[in-house]
Design a protein around this ligand. Structure first.
Ligand SMILES: Nc1nc2c(ncn2[C@@H]2O[C@H](COP(=O)(O)OP(=O)(O)O)[C@@H](O)[C@H]2O)c(=O)[nH]1
Ligand SMILES: [Mg+2]
Length: 270
């Protein structure tokens, strides 16, 4: 199979010609542009892909970013109508950012590709950004039994507490389901390419004076095997990467003390 680095593949879903099956203005010819591009970092998620892609509401285009899956995830996603991007560089952040760079819609969402989150719950998140009430919306997870390993949950609670103190934003969960404007996200200049990417997004949003909102979302047990918090290696990498991001944010705070946050994504501090 032909592979392109950080590029969309497949004849029906080329960059710049987005198509969404069942989109709001889709005439059946696949020519309608998506309102929201949903970036789905994907590493061996064959078992979850049908559920995740099947749950995308009309007007939402799936961008599945494959990082060398060995279970045929890329081909399956493509056969299910998703735009598929092959990213050679390993890492969650590398995949998430490759998806952002390929996105063309006005709004971009990020979602795990493991069946734990319901992309249909992006709708109220979109409304908050679309109507100008928030710049970044995070889905705060309401876990079903068995959905969230206890160590990951405790670590996330401690991280949220620290973020509340550091930023003053009343965040309760640094969740993976999130949505913002594409142009604003690109302006954050995100650099992490591993597990610090979601935290860097939050911290730089604060740096730039964004309004960050939370919306409760369901969190179900994932399908298939965990790649990050369910493994020792993934957990250690995540802690290390998040430590790097927190240190950078603390340095920024020290450097700008008294100066306040910079201009917001629309050119004004809210
Ligand atoms: N492309 C890519 N996706 C990844 C990588 N690591 C994790 N993912 C995906 O990122 C999402 C979150 O990972 P997951 O294993 O669910 O982490 P957990 O929620 O902490 O258990 C899933 O969709 C994974 O397939 C990676 O290195 N590359
Ligand atoms: Mg997950």
């Amino acid at each position: 199979m032909e592979k392109k680095q950080s590029g969309a593949r497949g004849s029906h879903d080329r960059i710049g010609v987005p198509s969404i099956p069942n989109g709001p203005e889709d005439d059946g010819g696949g020519s309608a542009a998506a309102l929201v591009d949903v970036v789905l970092p994907c590493l061996n998620e064959r078992s979850a892909l049908p559920k995740v892609l099947g749950a995308l509401p009309p007007g939402y285009r799936a961008i599945v970013v494959d990082n060398g899956s060995t279970d045929g995830s890329g081909a399956l996603a493509e056969s299910l109508g998703a735009t598929v991007v092959d990213e050679a560089r390993r890492g969650f952040g590398a995949a998430a950012h490759a998806g952002l760079l390929v996105a063309t819609a006005e709004f971009v969402a990020f979602c795990d590709c493991d069946g734990s989150l319901d992309p249909a719950q992006l709708a109220p998140m979109l409304e908050l950004v679309r109507t100008g009430r928030a710049d970044l919306v995070l889905g705060a997870r309401r876990p079903a039994r068995g959905a969230w390993p206890i160590h990951a949950r405790l670590a996330n609670m401690a991280l949220s507490r620290r973020l509340r103190r550091l930023t003053g934003i009343p965040v309760t969960d640094l969740g993976p389901l999130r949505l913002a404007r594409r142009s604003a996200l690109l302006g954050l200049d995100l650099r992490d390419r591993r597990s610090g990417y979601p935290l860097e997004m939050f911290l730089k949003a604060h740096r730039d004076g964004w309004r960050v909102a939370e919306v409760p979302v369901d969190y179900a047990p994932r399908l298939g095997k965990s790649k990050v918090t369910g493994t020792l290696r993934g957990t250690v990498t995540a802690l290390k990467d998040m430590g790097t991001q927190l240190a950078a944010a603390s340095q920024r705070t020290q450097a700008t003390k008294g100066g306040g946050p910079a201009a917001g994504p629309h050119g004004a501090t809210p």
